[in-house]
Design a protein around this ligand. Structure first.
Ligand code: PNW
Length: 483
């Protein structure tokens, strides 16, 4: 069938080597939480403790991709993807997180996945850790402990050694911002701690140190032989001032971008340090609050490799946008929000998708891409996640999601052709409906529906999946005609 989406987008231009992918993450799809020697992760612990996740849902089985990989592969083939982004479960490979013991069944599983992808001409992109830290490491302080950088580096080197002959796209960590803020500031994600204004900066810092160690290892010991690329996936909203004529709102908007994107992008792609506005505001709050228990925002040590330059491309996860209002004169409190001094608002004119936080603003992606081009030295960019969710009764004819992908891809195309942004790929979140973290299975992001009520966990394509497949197919025909 000739579908509106494929027609519209085929008129746009995408580079001939453009990557068309989908993304998933181990804990959200694999299940097999204690099968074949896998160790527990902090997400197993989190879901198994009461009152953390919607209606007590867990990833014990999820989409059972650990045992139903063949079904996932069929979905990937049906979409005609050129790329597939997955994550490794760290404790499936290394049950206690360290290389002292390697789980051969884990290695076998990911070998099969990678080999099947390559046999089907699908390029694998692998995230080493997508939120599911081994519980054994959490028991020794996890991301709060400085030693984690060294332990992560050993894990990364193990993966480069074992899979790097075939995997050429590596993402060290997924969304350090979300992991730090939702895991340690408001406790919505594992490990579920609520220590406002303190721990998130420490764990964010150790994530950057861990990432940077792994990149340097790859650069020194693997790049020559394997020729791949390593990056870190950074999420950001796009932000605009609530009142563009108000200079306080304009400054607050810049702070919002600095505390979201800049927190991790500045050290890696910009100045090599945290944004000046973060250093300034956090220092000022320390004085105001009489905070004397050491520095909250750590310094990068002279004694170890710096994060600057430790990404071979920019991996961007974009979902939504915000209007920002100044809140710098609010009564002081020790918190990330207090440090930022901003209030983020969803414009009432923006449609909101299933997830409460996800206002649909495709043009925000184009503006964010241009902002990254200008502030991060015009990097090669892969959009490693972007998507639209539904809640409530399942709609297979998901016209709103079709519209979302159509509008979004048009914005990406404009960013490339009109703004000269070097975007090389787009990965839809997600291949399958899956465990949406603390929302459980109630929020569905898949291009394929998964029937969680039946033991077969049957995958069925949504209309949006068919349209995405049509875009990819048309794009390929288009290139062939070009040559
Ligand atoms: C991303 N939250 O970040 C993650 O990388 C995915 O794993 C996730 O499924 C996707 O977005 C859709 O939410 C998150 O509000 C964004 O709890 C928001 C949240 C969690 C993760």
């Amino acid at each position: 069938a000739d579908m509106a989406l494929s027609k519209t987008v085929s008129l746009q231009h995408f580079p001939s080597d453009f990557a068309w992918g989908t993304s998933t993450a181990a804990y959200q799809i694999e299940g097999g939480w204690d099968l074949d020697g896998k160790g527990p992760s902090i997400w197993d612990t989190f879901c198994h403790s009461k009152g953390r996740v919607f209606e007590g849902h867990t990833g014990d089985v999820a989409c059972n991709s650990y045992q139903l990989w063949d079904e996932d592969l069929k979905c990937i083939q049906q979409l005609g993807l050129t790329h597939y982004r997955l994550s490794f479960s760290w404790p499936r490979l290394l049950p206690d997180g360290t290389t002292h013991f390697v789980n051969p069944k884990g290695v076998e599983y990911y070998n099969k996945v990678i080999d099947d992808l390559i046999a089907n001409a699908v390029v694998p992109m692998v995230t080493l850790n997508h939120f599911d830290l081994p519980q054994a490491l959490q028991d020794h302080g996890g991301w709060e402990s400085p030693e984690i950088a060294d332990i992560f580096d050993s894990y990364a080197q193990f993966c480069f050694k074992t899979f790097g002959d075939r995997v050429k796209f590596w993402i060290t960590l997924n969304e350090p911002y979300v992991c730090a803020k939702l895991g340690y500031e408001n406790g919505i994600l594992a490990p579920g701690l609520k220590e406002p204004g303190t721990l998130l900066y420490l764990v964010g810092h150790n994530m950057l140190r861990a990432h940077s160690r792994a990149w340097h290892s790859y650069n020194a010991h693997f790049r020559g032989l394997q020729g791949g690329m390593v990056s870190i996936a950074l999420n950001s909203d796009w932000a605009e001032p609530l009142d563009p004529g108000c200079s306080k709102d304009v400054a607050a908007t810049q702070r919002y971008m600095d505390f979201t994107l800049g927190w991790f992008a500045c050290p890696v792609f910009g100045t090599g340090d945290y944004p000046k506005s973060m250093r300034f505001r956090i220092e000022a709050k320390n004085l105001e609050l009489g905070f004397t228990k050491g520095q909250r925002l750590p310094k990068f040590s002279e004694d170890e490799p710096k994060p600057l330059g430790t990404a071979d491309f920019f991996a961007l996860n974009y979902y939504t946008s915000r209007k920002v209002k100044d809140a710098s004169s609010r009564p002081s409190e020790l918190s990330f929000a207090g440090d930022q001094g901003t209030e983020a608002i969803i414009d009432p004119s923006w449609p909101v998708s299933g997830a409460y936080w996800l206002a649909v603003v495709p043009e925000g992606l184009r503006k964010l891409l241009k902002y990254i081009k200008e502030t991060c030295n015009n990097p090669v960019i892969y959009i490693t996640e972007n998507g639209f969710s539904q809640i409530g009764p399942v709609k297979f004819e998901d016209i709103d999601r079709c519209q979302f992908y159509q509008d979004t891809l048009q914005q990406v195309s404009k960013a490339i052709t009109d703004d000269g942004v070097n975007v090389k790929g787009y990965f839809a979140w997600s291949l399958l409906d899956n465990l949406e973290w603390s929302e459980g299975f109630s929020v569905r992001f898949g291009l394929f529906h998964v029937d969680f009520s039946s033991s077969e966990l049957k995958r069925t394509i949504y209309r949006s999946g068919e349209e995405y497949a049509a875009v990819i197919k048309r794009y390929h025909t288009y290139t062939k005609l070009d040559n």
